[in-house]
Design a protein around this ligand. Structure first.
Ligand SMILES: C[S@@+](CC[C@H](N)C(=O)[O-])C[C@H]1O[C@@H](n2cnc3c(N)ncnc32)[C@H](O)[C@@H]1O
Length: 215
């Protein structure tokens, strides 16, 4: 990839998502954007970058940003943040919010929903701890495509095998054909909507950083 093209694409990614792409990761741009260029019947990355340089429309830019951001969500990713949520954060928040009896949880780059739904499962399991409290959960992401999947709450066998304890699968999912769908009450606990977290806060986001925020 030409240095100028790399600069344009990495600059766009930084500006739009807060993610920093170093030059040793230029291959990531090629592997993610080449399929997109082909889909749009463009002649490789050169043409795609040329189109980006000249466009006055928002859509081509957001399509490229979405293709460049990592989308590999897991249920109960790294497990320890969810253990901490259950053992330390929820009891502390319940104590701190004893007056208002209100908790708010924001999964700020929720992708296809695994993170907010994992948190919703934790809340279900900890129903006694939060009894009498109103809990609002929001999941946001800059990609509408992933949000549509999150709203449907439909996951393949492969997706539910990664990180989700089998007991949780049996309790909170229903089999729909060869897919698994989050049951309606759990889906109803999470509001999903588009939001770019770099548009409202100082951002040094990393695609691997945990995105859940509580207050
Ligand atoms: C690896 S996923 C993280 C999923 C989830 N938090 C987890 O740990 O399973 C990264 C997601 O972050 C989203 N994303 C990247 N930059 C963003 C930004 N500035 N604002 C909102 N979402 C962003 C991407 O669209 C992608 O869906």
């Amino acid at each position: 990839m030409k240095p100028d093209d790399f600069q344009l694409l990495s600059g766009l990614l930084k500006e739009r998502s807060g993610l920093v792409l170093t030059s040793d990761k230029a291959y990531l741009l090629e592997s993610r954007l080449l399929p997109l260029a082909r889909k749009q019947e463009l002649n490789g990355l050169d043409d795609l970058v040329r189109a980006l340089r000249t466009t006055k429309e928002e859509r081509p830019i957001s399509v490229v940003t979405e293709a460049m951001t990592t989308k590999e969500p897991l249920f109960f990713r790294d497990s320890s943040p969810f253990d901490q949520m259950r053992k330390a954060m929820l009891p502390a928040l319940v104590k701190a919010r004893a007056q208002t009896k209100r908790l708010r949880i924001w999964s700020a780059a929720c992708s296809t929903g695994q993170e907010p739904y994992s948190l919703a499962m934790v809340l279900k399991e900890e129903a006694n701890t939060i009894a009498g409290y109103r809990v609002d959960m929001v999941g946001t992401d800059l990609s509408n495509e992933v949000l549509e999947k999150a709203k449907a709450g439909l996951y393949s066998q492969f997706e539910v095998q990664r990180g989700l304890p089998i007991a949780m699968l049996a309790k909170y999912f229903a089999k729909v054909g060869d897919m698994w769908q989050i049951k309606t009450d759990l889906r109803g606990m999470v509001q999903l909507r588009p939001h770019n977290r770099c548009r409202t806060s100082r951002c040094s986001a990393s695609s691997k950083s945990s995105s859940a925020v509580t207050c």
